[in-house]
Design a protein. Structure first.
Length: 141
C-alpha cells in the first residue's frame, strides 16, 4: 500500500497544474441588472480566461471614461460564436449591453451583447430558455 502512496501523490500534484480554476461572474456582476455603454474601442484582447474590450466612453458631462468589458472565455467565443482576434479594432465605435459590477469598479461591465461597428449584435452567452448560443442579430433599420 505504501508503494502506491508516492506515485498517487505525484499524479495528483502533476494533474493539479492542468486544472483551470474559475470564478462565478455572479460574484463580480449584478446579473439581474442591465446597463449599456457606447464608446470607441481602445484595445481588444482575445485571450483566456476571458476576452477583454477596453473602450473610451463619453459621460454626461462630456468627459472621457475608460471602461473595461469582460467577455466569456476566448475559446468559447472562437469555437461557438465565430469570433476572431481581428473582429474589433482600435477606433471602432460599439455599444455594449451587460451587467454592472458589484464592486467599486464603476467603469466595468460584463459584456452580454455587443453591437458591432456594422450594426450587427453579437450575443455572448447562451439563451437562458434554450441553453444554446444565439445567432448574431442584424441591424434593426
Amino acid at each position: 500500500m505504501r508503494y502506491l502512496t508516492i506515485p498517487c501523490a505525484v499524479v495528483v500534484l502533476l494533474s493539479a497544474s492542468f486544472v483551470d480554476a474559475h470564478h462565478s461572474t455572479a460574484s463580480f456582476f449584478y446579473l439581474d441588472q442591465r446597463i449599456s455603454v457606447e464608446g470607441t474601442v481602445v484595445e481588444f484582447h482575445a485571450r483566456n480566461p476571458h476576452g477583454l474590450i477596453v473602450l473610451d466612453v463619453e459621460n454626461e458631462t462630456g468627459e472621457t471614461e475608460r471602461w473595461r468589458a469582460e467577455m466569456p472565455a476566448w475559446q468559447a467565443l472562437l469555437r461557438w460564436l465565430g469570433w476572431s482576434p481581428g473582429d474589433l479594432q482600435p477606433g471602432d465605435h460599439i455599444v455594449i449591453h451587460g451587467a454592472p459590477p458589484r464592486m467599486n469598479d464603476r467603469f466595468s461591465i460584463r459584456a452580454d451583447d455587443v453591437v458591432m461597428p456594422d450594426g450587427w449584435t453579437r450575443h455572448l452567452f447562451r439563451d437562458s430558455a434554450t441553453n444554446k448560443y444565439r445567432e448574431a442579430t442584424p441591424p434593426s433599420n
